[in-house]
Write a protein of this length. Structure first.
Length: 278
């Protein structure tokens, strides 16, 4: 976990410790900046006061460029999941969810978890929203989402497929065109339902059992639509693909003109990188 000495430091640390314990993973804390006796004292006190924690914790202090240091330590220590904490509407949020996060989500060799609303006291996540649009990565993302949901004991999962309005490609200007548009949307819904059913058939039954699973198709702009949906349904975690070489989702999500949307995301965001362990 990359951490800064912000007002939310204690909450971020506690969330990281709970998450690593649930996943059964070792935990590395990384501070990019100067190491001082005062910082060490503050951080040690937080760790000592924590009610729980993984069996293995290591703290790393290193000065340098934040992106380069974080990526170097992720590779050096074979990190599976990079945790970044942030405060809403504060400079720390802009720090992590600005240019640094854009670079880390593209360059990090592992999945990335952006903690938007950490809590000192445990709040059990209830609802996970997962991107399900057509992509070579989506099947991997969905499987990983179910693995996280099992480890974190999340009962409700919604698979959201964002369908671009251009796929309907019908100008509605009379009753006939409206009928054609409606029919086309029904066909797309049916096609996407069959595609998701096929993906789910490949997910281990022990990951699906006791889960309330539903799918939701949304016609709109990719990236914005799922973010808005997660906000409306008050999802606890939004799970999305990492940036692909030729595309689209996060490159659109992190564009400058969408910084406002990103900063207003009301939930934690888990970005799945292929070929990394849960």
């Amino acid at each position: 976990m990359g951490f800064a000495f912000s007002p939310n430091l204690k909450a971020n640390v506690y969330e990281a410790m709970r998450l690593s314990s649930s996943l059964g993973k070792s935990l590395f804390f990384l501070h990019v900046g100067a190491k001082s006796p005062e910082k060490q004292r503050i951080f040690k006190d937080i760790l000592n006061d924590a009610p729980m924690g993984p069996s293995s914790i290591r703290t790393i202090w290193e000065s340098g460029d934040p992106v380069n240091v974080i990526i170097h330590q992720c590779k050096k220590n074979n990190i599976d999941l990079l945790l970044l904490g942030a405060l809403q509407r504060e400079n720390v949020l802009k720090f992590y969810l600005g240019s640094i996060a854009r670079k880390l989500t593209r360059k990090a060799p592992c999945s990335v978890f952006l903690m938007i609303k950490p809590s000192i006291h445990h709040v059990r996540p209830n609802h996970m929203v997962v991107n399900a649009f057509k992509s070579g990565q989506t099947e991997i993302t969905i499987r990983a989402a179910f693995e996280y949901a099992k480890s974190l004991n999340i009962p409700n999962i919604t698979l959201v497929d964002e369908i671009n309005q251009s796929e309907v490609d019908i100008n509605v200007d009379d009753d006939l065109s409206l009928k054609e548009s409606t029919k086309r949307k029904e066909e797309l819904n049916k096609e996407e339902g069959a595609r998701l059913s096929k993906i789910l058939s490949g997910v281990s039954k022990n990951l699906i059992s006791n889960k309330n699973i539903k799918s939701q198709n949304i016609f709109g702009t990719r990236g914005y639509s799922i973010s808005h949906y997660a906000k409306v349904v008050r999802a606890d975690i939004l799970v999305i693909n990492s940036v692909e070489k030729r595309v689209f989702f996060l490159s659109r999500l992190f564009q400058k003109d969408l910084d406002y949307i990103l900063s207003e995301l009301p939930t934690d965001v888990l970005i799945i990188k292929p070929n990394t362990n849960v």
